[in-house]
Design a binder for this molecule. Structure first.
Ligand SMILES: [Ca+2]
Ligand SMILES: [Ca+2]
Ligand SMILES: [Ca+2]
Length: 488
């Protein structure tokens, strides 16, 4: 997260706001990269609980009505096992109560483990001593007990933004210490201990629930000054270690696990569009946009190390009260980032957060604290309804004019398209209204749904068709994605 976090605790959760033949000249069709197979399903859609959503039945109902089945929540080890004991004696009551609210509302917690108890580690956010077999067993016992107790939960995360380099900022993970890289002073680099803990947690999760998976998490942005890469703007309080992720991959590659088992089933990262232009400028980001460029940068590092893991996003969001974003800009960013993520083969994306946090002056929510729906709420519902069941096919671009993604379902073709004539001034490029552009379709009719779900039919050579040629329909685009079904 690019903003400084000063998370206070609330209970055991983190208060974490924590063409069809597109026609025209100078067209470029880009090849499909290594994408996830199959259609977009509800499993793709997640939002951040923020420590408040499941606590309130009205918020919970609103969250579920977006279509997204997941709410990301933290599980504090320190709250469940404040003193070392056995699972039968854990403090399950708060967690049970919070998770049962989710289950009864047909919501699945996207849960991640955080906050070490003081008996297990010398920091809440960093490593246990992974050279200590007893502590390894205690950690396995805890994670295994969680996975066994909540079999509905199919994805378990390990800390938040583990590459954090500052204990004091309390962002949920601090394995990226750049002072000596060894917060627990056991002579083992903390990135190696994160890998070890992932391996332990993965085994424990799989043993307790063969259907469940373990993901690891990094920010891999907002880099700190000691590790700041060339061309990146690193300003205080930036606090993520640029070297953590490549070090982690190299450790995993150099230390194969028994039987060739992976250290984790997936890698989660956080994404904020202000960082998109940096990733687009990297060689790995050539030809991709925003979140795609960051995914490509991570995949490049995995490839360099000789390992492979699916990717998911556990935070992406934009603040509707930021002057350069606004309510409509937030909606545009939501749709653009998600569709780009679908085209990148991400397993899941999490909108951060579902509810505003005015205490922190964070207005990333789809709803405000009074349960009023923001325009972005409708944009999310529309995105879900439009994309659920559709399979990504290809991207189509008209250089400096159109950015469009083709999805298919039952022989039908749906484009999600917007103008790519964006400004670039160091802010979130996804938010801008963008200059007008046009896209041509070989069609007799188009069903066009706007960002907020307003639908219309455009017939060849009738109102809305900007192309007088029969059999061709030309549609006006701007910065707001439109969902276009060809000959519906
Ligand atoms: Ca124990
Ligand atoms: Ca260490
Ligand atoms: Ca026409």
């Amino acid at each position: 997260m690019f903003k400084q976090f000063n998370n206070s605790l609330r209970g055991w959760t983190i208060w974490r706001w924590l063409l069809l033949g597109a026609l025209g000249l100078s067209l470029m069709t880009l090849p499909r990269a290594a994408f996830a197979d199959g259609p977009i399903t509800p499993d793709f859609f997640s939002m951040d609980d923020g420590g408040v959503t499941l606590a309130n039945p009205a918020f919970t109902a609103l969250a579920r009505a977006t279509g997204a089945p997941y709410l990301r929540t933290a599980v504090y080890w320190s709250a469940v096992e404040p003193t070392n004991t056995t699972p039968a004696n854990y403090n399950w009551s708060l967690l049970d109560s919070y998770f049962n609210r989710a289950f009864s509302a047909d919501i699945i917690p996207l849960a991640y483990v955080a906050e070490n108890p003081s008996w297990a580690a010398n920091t809440a956010c960093g490593p246990i001593d992974t050279t200590n077999e007893t502590l390894r067993a205690e950690f396995a016992e805890f994670v295994g007990a969680l996975a066994a107790r909540y079999p509905q939960i199919k994805r378990w995360g390990l800390y938040n933004e583990s590459d954090g380099s500052r204990v004091d900022l309390h962002t949920g993970g601090c394995f990226g210490d750049t002072v000596n890289g060894d917060l627990n002073a056991n002579g083992v680099p903390d990135y190696a201990e994160y890998a070890e803990m992932a391996g332990i947690a993965r085994d424990a999760v799989h043993q307790a629930n063969p259907d469940a998976q373990l993901f690891i998490t990094v920010a891999f942005d907002d880099f700190d000054i000691p590790t700041c890469p060339p061309g990146y703007t690193c300003l205080p309080p930036s606090h993520f270690d640029y070297h953590f992720l490549p070090n982690l991959f190299q450790y995993m590659a150099a230390h194969p696990r028994p039987g060739g088992a992976p250290y984790a089933d997936a890698l989660a990262f956080t994404y904020y569009d202000i960082y998109g232009p940096y990733w687009e400028r990297q060689s790995s980001g050539a030809g991709s946009h925003g979140i795609q460029a960051k995914a490509a940068a991570i995949r490049k590092r995995m490839q360099d190390a000789g390992i492979a893991m699916p990717l998911l996003v556990v935070e992406t969001g934009d603040d509707s009260q930021a002057g350069w974003i606004g309510a409509d800009g937030q909606s545009r960013c939501l749709a653009i980032s998600h569709v780009r993520g679908m085209a990148s083969g991400l397993q899941l994306m999490t909108w951060w957060t579902f509810v505003d946090n005015p205490v922190k002056t964070w207005y990333y929510g789809l709803v405000d604290v009074n349960q009023n729906l923001k325009p972005s709420y409708t944009a999310y519902q529309t995105l879900f309804q439009q994309m659920n069941g559709w399979t990504y096919s290809k991207r189509w671009e008209k250089n400096k004019s159109v950015e469009a993604y083709l999805f298919t379902l039952g022989g039908k073709k749906k484009w999600v398209a917007w103008s790519n004539r964006a400004q670039s001034d160091g802010k979130s490029p996804c938010a801008y209204p963008r200059k007008k552009a046009r896209m041509n379709f070989r069609a007799k009719r188009l069903s066009v749904t706007d960002l907020y779900g307003n639908a219309k039919i455009i017939r060849d050579n009738h109102a809305g068709d900007l192309n007088p040629r029969p059999g061709r329909i030309r549609l006006a685009l701007d910065g707001s994605p439109q969902y276009v079904v060809v000959n519906p």
